[in-house]
Design a protein around this ligand. Structure first.
Ligand code: ARG
Length: 459
């Protein structure tokens, strides 16, 4: 039997393998809601433009309501022989309301339909990412506010560098996520034009009103070039590229949580609800959620790569290759969604072990730069010379098996006779972080000001 939708031209139905490679309903059924919204807007416009009668419109809208209800109830009879969501919805509509359904596809094609449906879907996802990241920023600011004065080691090369505050560290991620949100908002704005009415590729001879359907679907207006409109998947590429960068940010934070929760660091503790046990080692508390967030960029960057490779070299306009955009994109967007949610839960509920952070911050000669700065400021020494003197004091402390403030004044003066007892003031952790008052620095007063700034931004 020929295909119901194009039976006129075809005597034979598809080979089983043809159906197997062609079918997309298993995954594009996720576009059902957008497909129905697009059909409602299109039908209304066809009627308002005098292309179909108001009776047909009433039949179509009534049928679309029933289709929607079946989808919501889980009773919609998905058919693989109808390939995709667009033909499933239309065929079901015809079963339900009869001939009027056949008028719905006037002045439209699956090519502008799929571009419209997917763009609507992606726009919703972009809005959800923005909202989710705002929530994550909020819980990071909450932690920052609790820990404006909590001293921890700051690292470069994962070697203790200088003391910083945990609040400052949290706000670093708030900044990254702000840029991620900006990228998602930009992508949303650039995905603001509706492809609907571009038809197969060339537009249509019917007197349609594309402004009307665009507005009805929440777009800014219609796309300006029908060829571009059906061939464009930039909105997916851009979303996945912003998602990749965001996933990398989340992955870096996830890795820090993995490190911080290790018994060697013991900087933070995840609550039971975000930890897992081991089936053999009773003492284990594993940060599985953090590890999985750390892993998600694999899928997301993978999806971006898949789509870039799928699209490259495709001639204008639509080619069936483009059906391959959906599975990786859905998977990647789902992965980012759950990663944002899991990270938000972990950050909200983690508790900070201030003592362990402070003890660790005090090791590794973390205030050596403070000492060098003191020599410059108080003794007017060139920084390079101060660096050298400080280096010899670090070596002396290392030999003695103590920290810098464990050296006596006499031992200090062997390296530089003009050093006075005041130097000990800058060797303490609290004084070190308090002194970092340059704009953007880690001083608790700065962190408090930045917390206030972000509260304002996020309100
Ligand atoms: N299922 C198709 C896709 O996702 C819809 C568009 C099909 N268009 C066509 N001319 N075969 O790309």
């Amino acid at each position: 039997m020929g295909n119901k939708m194009w039976g006129g031209r075809f005597a034979d139905g598809p080979d089983a393998i043809m159906e197997a490679i062609n079918v997309s309903i298993d995954f594009d059924q996720r576009l059902a809601r957008q497909d129905i919204a697009g059909s409602r807007a299109h039908a209304q416009m066809l009627s308002d433009s005098g292309i179909i009668t108001s009776d047909d419109l009433a039949e179509i809208l009534n049928g679309l309501d029933q289709v929607e209800q079946e989808l919501v109830n889980g009773t919609f009879p998905f058919r693989r022989d109808l390939e995709d969501i667009h033909m499933n919805v239309e065929a079901r509509l015809r079963d339900l309301v009869g001939p009027a359904a056949g008028r719905l596809h006037t002045a439209r094609s699956r090519n502008d339909q799929v571009a419209t449906d997917f763009k609507l879907h992606v726009r919703e996802r972009l809005e959800a990412f923005d909202e989710g990241l705002k929530e994550l920023q909020t819980v990071l600011v909450d932690q920052a506010e609790q820990h404006t004065d909590t001293v921890m080691p700051g690292f470069t090369h994962l070697q203790t560098a200088q003391p910083v505050t945990f609040g400052h560290h949290c706000l670093a991620y708030v900044e990254m996520l702000a840029r991620d949100r900006g990228r998602f908002q930009d992508a949303h704005a650039r995905a603001g034009l509706s492809p609907l009415g571009s038809a197969a590729l060339a537009g249509t001879s019917f007197p349609i009103n594309r402004e009307q359907t665009a507005k009805a679907l929440g777009f800014e207006g219609p796309t300006r070039n029908s060829l571009d409109a059906v061939a464009d998947r930039d909105f997916v590429l851009e979303t996945l590229s912003a998602a990749s960068i965001c996933a990398v940010h989340l992955s870096r934070l996830a890795e820090e949580i993995v490190i911080w929760t290790s018994s060697q660091f013991n900087f933070v503790r995840l609550p039971d609800k975000f930890s897992t046990g081991s089936s053999i080692m009773p003492q284990k508390r594993n940060p599985d959620a953090a590890e999985l967030v750390r892993a998600k960029p694999g899928r997301i960057i993978g999806a971006l790569n898949s789509l870039l490779i799928m699209l490259k070299g495709l001639p204008m306009t639509y080619s069936k290759d483009m059906q391959e955009d959906k599975e990786p994109a859905f998977d990647a967007m789902d992965a980012l969604d759950v990663a944002i949610a899991a990270m938000t839960g972990m950050i909200r509920d983690l508790t900070v072990n201030k003592d362990a952070m402070r003890a660790s911050a005090g090791t590794g000669f973390s205030t050596a730069t403070d000492l060098a700065d003191w020599l410059v400021r108080e003794l007017n020494m060139p920084f390079r010379d101060a660096h050298h003197v400080t280096g010899s004091l670090v070596a002396a402390a290392e030999a003695k098996g103590c920290d810098l403030d464990g050296l006596t004044l006499e031992e200090m003066q062997q390296a530089e006779p003009k050093i006075t007892a005041e130097v000990f003031d800058v060797l303490g952790l609290d004084n070190s972080v308090k002194s970092r008052t340059s704009f953007g620095g880690t001083a608790p007063d700065n962190v408090r000001a930045q917390v206030a700034y972000w509260r304002e931004q996020l309100s």
